[in-house]
Design a protein around this ligand. Structure first.
Ligand code: ATP
Ligand code: MG
Length: 389
């Protein structure tokens, strides 16, 4: 039996004149993501997208899972396809519902007729099909108020579709419609969640990761790659840029007072990330910071780090508690990877007593003890490694 996925658009329908370009981006994203699974035709008509596999043996479970993670989708249904005549609808429905009806005892039929040329009106479709199903499944009864299952028939442009339920989509708006931003990604719990949240609002992601070998290992970098792979199931393709950070960290340790190590390191991260962001057409930075979580995430510390760059910094987790962030990281399946114990460059050379209320001017004059800072930044930006996730 031929199955398809019927998709209803989310917030896109509110976009007025931009709607067409939002729809086009969503179609493009769906086609790209589904191309990893098999061959599909994806098209939009009357505010509904249909995803049709080229072959009947396509793994539709996998396709459904893929679609459930694409932003811009409010709801979707897995449906079977019938020709647009009553006999075909009846025959197909009986075959399709055989298994489902085994597990329930009451049903009702709902009809949506978006092709107004179809000779039966919606109540007639319900009566015809309802009567036929009662005949074929005599142990079932109709309950229009509180049925165990609702059988929906949609008569659309190209075919009739029969399904038994609507699933919630990933919500948000299609990735790419909001421009590009650069996320600072560590191997921790927070930054993958921040990446997911901003992709959900339509941003295409480039990811910058700072690595400090030999203090940080190859395994730590692979862990970040794996995290980004998980995020990319929602965000689509991510360009990962790994920055060699060892020299800068050693220089900070050599030249600056210990209590300022972390904050100065973070200022370098922002400065370098901004340069990389601009080179890659990104208009903002994203971090996984949450107010007060650690010494480098107090308001004063963030004022210091923000003054190292001239670009908006999005911090989607800023008002969230750790347990709320963990909940989201479990939902997007990054938690188990995040808690693997590999060191991050933030955890090498950490001061015993970091400043929690650093003053920008003091931090900057401390940072200025590094004489060749500009050259070090330039070198770091020039020696990045690029991985497409
Ligand atoms: P996370 O769980 O995301 O690692 P965290 O609570 O451990 O966050 P920090 O280590 O202070 O917090 O880092 C704060 C933010 O700085 C991270 O969310 C991330 O955006 C960025 N960051 C930290 N380490 C790195 C790194 N090695 N490369 C790129 N960005 C980083
Ligand atoms: Mg971290």
């Amino acid at each position: 039996m031929k199955e398809i996925i019927l998709i209803k658009l989310g917030e896109i329908v509110l976009k007025g004149l931009n709607r067409k370009s939002f729809e086009d981006t969503l179609l493009r994203n769906l086609r790209y993501r589904l191309s990893k699974i098999g061959e599909f035709t994806v098209r939009c008509s009357q505010s509904t997208i249909t995803v049709t596999p080229a072959y009947e043996d396509t793994d539709m479970d996998e396709a459904v899972e893929c679609v459930s993670r694409v932003f811009g989708i409010a709801t979707f249904s897995r449906a079977c396809v019938a020709e647009k005549d009553m006999e075909s609808i009846k025959e197909t429905a009986v075959q399709y519902l055989e298994d489902v009806f085994d597990r329930v005892s009451t049903f009702k039929v709902e009809a949506k007729r978006s092709d107004k040329k179809f000779p039966y009106k919606s109540p007639e479709i319900c009566n015809e099909l309802g009567g036929w199903l009662l005949e074929k499944f005599p142990e079932m009864t109709v309950d229009v108020h509180n049925p165990d299952i609702t059988v929906t028939v949609e008569i659309r442009d190209y075919a009739a579709y029969i399904h038994t339920g609507v699933m919630k989509g990933a919500g948000g708006i299609p990735v790419g419609t909001g421009g590009k931003a650069c996320v600072l990604i560590s191997g921790g719990i927070d930054s993958p969640v921040a990446s997911y949240m901003m992709a959900k609002r339509g941003l295409e992601l480039t990811a910058v990761h700072f690595a400090s070998p030999p203090y940080t290992s190859q395994r730590a970098e692979e862990k970040v790659e794996e995290l980004l792979r998980r995020v990319s199931r929602y965000s689509g393709k991510i360009k990962m840029i790994t920055v060699p950070f060892t020299k800068i960290q050693e220089k900070i340790r050599e030249c600056c007072r210990e209590e300022y190590f972390t904050i100065i390191m973070r200022r370098f991260m922002m400065e370098i990330s901004e340069k990389i962001a601009r080179q890659n057409g990104c208009q903002a930075l994203i971090t996984g910071e949450s107010l007060g979580q650690v010494a480098s995430q107090t308001l004063s510390a963030m004022v210091c780090t923000d003054s190292a760059c001239n670009m908006p910094v999005f911090r989607p987790l800023i008002g969230m508690d750790k347990d709320e962030i963990v909940l989201l990281s479990r939902k997007i399946d990054t938690f188990d990877i995040s808690i693997q114990p590999y060191e991050d460059c933030c955890t090498v050379f950490t001061p015993k007593h970091p400043r929690t209320k650093p003053v920008s001017q003091n931090v900057i004059s401390e940072q200025n003890r590094i004489e060749d800072a500009e050259q070090l930044v330039k070198e770091a930006v020039e020696n990045v490694k690029i991985t497409i996730i």
